[in-house]
Design a protein around this ligand. Structure first.
Ligand code: NOJ
Length: 552
């Protein structure tokens, strides 16, 4: 395996490109149809050659897998379907030797209902210390038949489930902002705080470089758990409470106790960039996913606004922004950009699917968006498969849908499986090299026949492929002193064109205007997302990286 220079120093994370490994869909080493650690270890050379700095691995802990591992039953172990703790340690050593840092995913808002704490809480009954680690409350109304407040869970139903007490009678209710199998823990309980700090240390001691924090904005709930009414964040009693920041100050101290910096990235779907910036104040988390950019329609004013507000708010607290286009919860951006932008934003953007689509246009825009994202100041997150131009799989048969959203929405929302389909590595039909030859089971979600041409081995070496565009961009980004952490300067440009310079000697032009645009004068093309016009004009839905003396 070739070794990359590791971005050294205490600030490597300020400009890092992190690749999201959705483990169950990345590579299957043992042939059971589910991705695993053996598969990931075998594919590390691919990630090194791609040119990323780090990986973020979705939860690998023991779990009943009601929510694909976001229902954790043991935070300090590895699910046997993914491998063993020894394999996880080997992966860490191999990744580090190859110059890759490794971030895990911690799920602190809720445990699985199969976690020993929750089982003990159910068995111990009302008023017991075991119940105090969760949010159990008596119901309202005659007989306590009504939930304790009006909060809803993410699938739309009540955020409360009533339990049957050990004596067989209907009893208390417990809070779950997500599925009933994911009870929320009580973060005012000292044992909860101490145990999660212990989990951080457990993995840091094994060399883990940091954590992505699942729903980082929901841990603190308003005292008394009052009704939310129609309240939105901020001000909602369950989301983005100011008290949550105390937790992250404690976590920062845990991370800072290590000589090699350990870092955090917050998953926090908050209302405004100003609220997001609070999570990355100097004594809190290092970075936070920038969902304002992800949810922006492919329109210049809206992209520009997301970029500007993000830069201003992050600069105010001295944190680097991050940029992200897709993840395992949102419709894949190639498929989003294949639709004409409606202007509306939504959390997972699945509402766009089902509208008429032009996937070739989606791919052109995805190529341009990649160059935009990788030229912006700060870090970036890539979601596995975007470097192959994978679209959302919109026609998965309902029998194979695994996402609890499908079931819990009363079969009205197909959920997130369409962006979680296993990676095609080689041509030759499913499983496209995802599983070894003669695997015992097919991939856990079926791969479409049309993915033949998107396989890694097919794109490898083809200069026109999405994969080679990402490789070239990441190579240039690593070598160019203007890219990564830093600032930008907007250049004058026609309406609908985003043009900015970064020092020294770099410019990026992204044409979202619907007609060709001239590039800045006195520059050389370093990389373009598509063919340029004969006079160097930048066609619509195209981005170009330029070097030289950039004015404006
Ligand atoms: C956010 C995760 O990304 C998502 O996949 C999960 O369902 C929820 N948090 C609940 O843990």
């Amino acid at each position: 395996m070739t070794t990359l220079d590791r971005p050294e120093g205490a600030t490597w994370w300020r400009g890092a490109v992190v690749y999201q490994v959705y483990l169950r869909s990345f590579a299957d080493g043992d042939g059971d149809g589910l991705g695993d650690l053996a598969g990931l270890r075998a594919r590390l050379p691919y990630l090194v050659a791609l040119g990323v700095d780090a990986v973020w691995i979705n939860p690998w802990y023991p779990s009943p897998m009601v929510d694909a591992g976001y229902d954790v039953s043991d935070y300090r172990s590895v699910d046997p379907r993914y491998g063993t703790l020894a394999e996880a340690e080997a992966l860490l050593a191999e990744a580090h030797a190859a110059g890759l840092r490794v971030l895990l995913d911690i799920v602190p808002n809720h445990t699985s209902d199969q976690h020993p704490w929750f089982r003990a809480a159910l068995a111990a009954g009302p008023g017991s210390p075991e119940r105090e680690r969760y949010l159990f409350r008596p119901g309202r109304g005659p007989g306590g038949d009504e939930p304790p407040n009006d909060w809803t869970n993410v699938a739309g139903g009540a955020a409360w489930t009533r339990v049957t007490e050990p004596d067989g009678r209907p009893g208390e209710w417990y809070l779950h902002l997500f599925m009933p199998e994911q009870p929320d823990v009580d973060w005012t309980h000292p044992e909860v705080r101490a145990d999660f700090a212990k989990t951080l240390g457990f993995w840091f001691d094994r060399g883990v470089d940091g954590f992505r924090i699942d729903v980082a904005h929901s841990l603190a709930k308003q005292e008394g758990l009052p009704d939310a009414g129609h309240g939105a964040t901020p001000g909602h009693p369950a989301w983005d409470r100011d008290e949550v920041h105390d937790i992250y100050r404690e976590w920062r101290a845990v991370a800072d106790a290590y000589p090699e910096p350990r870092i955090f990235v917050a998953e926090a779907w908050v209302d405004r960039p100003e609220r997001l910036a609070r999570y990355v104040r100097p004594d809190e988390l290092h970075t936070a996913f920038n969902f304002f950019f992800l949810t922006s329609p492919w329109r210049a004013p809206s992209l520009r606004q997301a970029i500007d507000e993000t830069l201003v708010e992050h600069a105010a607290v001295g944190a680097p922004p991050t940029w992200v286009l897709s993840n395992h919860d949102t419709a894949r951006h190639r498929s989003r950009y294949a639709r004409e932008p409606g202007g509306e934003r939504g959390v997972n953007l699945r509402h766009l699917l089902g509208r008429p689509a032009d996937l070739a246009r989606g791919a052109r825009r995805a190529r341009a968006a990649a160059l935009l994202m990788l030229a912006l100041p700060g870090g970036a997150y890539l979601y596995q498969g975007e470097e192959l131009g994978l679209p959302e799989v919109e026609d998965l048969p309902v029998e194979v849908l695994d996402d609890p959203v499908w079931r819990r929405s009363g079969h009205t929302d197909r959920g997130r499986d369409g962006c979680r389909v296993p990676i095609p590595w080689a041509p030759g039909g499913p499983p496209y090299g995802f599983s070894p030859p003669a695997a015992a089971a097919p991939p856990w979600l079926p791969q479409p026949p049309a993915w033949e041409d998107l396989a890694v081995a097919v794109q490898d070496g083809d200069p026109a492929s999405m994969l080679e565009l990402y490789r070239a961009a990441l190579r240039l980004r690593r070598a160019h002193p203007a890219l990564g952490d830093g600032t930008l300067r907007w250049l004058e440009a026609p309406d609908g064109v985003l043009a900015f310079a970064r020092d020294p000697g770099f410019a990026c032009v992204v044409n979202v205007s619907g007609r060709p645009a001239p590039p800045p004068t006195g520059t050389d093309v370093l990389l373009a997302s598509g063919p340029l016009g004969p006079d160097g004009a930048v066609p619509e839905d195209t981005a170009v990286w330029l070097g030289g003396q950039v004015g404006g």
